[in-house]
Design a protein around this ligand. Sequence first.
Ligand code: HEM
Length: 403
Amino acid sequence: MAEFEPPRIDLLSKDVVADPYPTYAWLLDKHPVCEIEPGPVWAVCRFDDVQFVLDTPEIFSASAADALYNTEAPRDERPPPRLISAQDPPDHGKYQGLVNKAFLDKATKPLIPLMRDTARSLLRQFEGPTPVDFVRHFTYPFVGAIINRIVGLEDHPQDPGELREWLLLEERVSLSQDDEAFNQAFDAAVARQNRYFLNVMNERRQRPRDDLVTLLVEAEVDGSKLSDDDIFSLLRLLVSAGFVTTVHMFSHAVVLLSKRADLVAELKDAPDSIPAFVEELLRFAPSVLATVRTTTQAVELAGVEIPAGETVVPLIAAANRDPSAFSNPHRFDITRPRNGRHLSFGYGIHTCLGAALARLELRIALEALLGSYMHIVCPPDGQIARIHTLFLRGITELPVRLY
Ligand code: HEM
């Protein structure tokens, strides 16, 4: 047991939002398991402990992910439970197994030509002396083109403004929302998104194709077809989880490279090192800072007793800088031994379904960028518009000059 009460750290305070890593380092050293704000919830920081939490669903249930929605609302007024990400065994495997085929290497490798062509054509907008918003004009359309192809939304292009509005709300979802204006805007955006998905689903019911929407409208779990709500839940998960996470990793890559002309030159000379750069970037500056679980029983971690029924937040980004797992953890080093051993795609049964796809997207787009440009100029850190929640860190607007 801890000998004294640790001070309550607020992981959304101004200083932490500006740079969370000094606070993570302090927590790792002084209080690797402790209660934090907002919440309070239990933060878990060490690499081995985070891995244990993610790998032990019988003690750390994923059903906590449903608490990310309006927990104040009565049960029957909340959106239906989220499939896959908020499920435990055995149900988790039944739904995960339905969609994972679409994300295996075998399915994503044929997308390389589409990725290359899309990246090259979007990068042409950056020719010229005026900075261009990399998020709006490169990553959103790039990631969108790939997700739309995989899921089967290509022939039903969605209004980019509506899509962005929904995704911006989706990524701001946090623990127990009691902000009425947010909840209303969120519910309206989800309802609009469901109507959009329903159009595509109905179209595929009439004219099946070889895509994920068709697979879902035809699929059965335990001998029953999926309901429309089930399919909405899966499509929302895939489109939102596949979008914002990857979009923010691109921004982190571009900002880092803008400060490291040496690395730009090195990667231009040796593009084979781009996958190692991507892995180190995932460890060093992940877009998913943390995830969430609920304890099904009392458990002791790092000498601290967490009671049953508590919300636990495994801090992936802190674990990735744990000095007992990584030497010189605050150094960005693409030659690090066992590069790739980070927790940025999670661990255990909920390991990211889109990890292979995200790695490929990052590699192909960075090859295209470094193949065309030598210099990357971003605004200074203090002027970058960030999104930072307990769970996500990213950039909402990034005016960039490339030449
Ligand atoms: C670099 C980009 C990405 C990062 C950093 C990332 C991160 C993560 C993490 C940390 C988890 C585990 C969450 C947990 O254990 O609670 C996860 C799960 C998931 N990710 Fe990703 N992700 C990325 C890209 C993608 C893409 C491209 C897709 C698909 C289109 C995707 C779909 C999913 C899904 C469906 C899950 C839930 C898996 C399950 O619960 O079994 N992600 N992701």
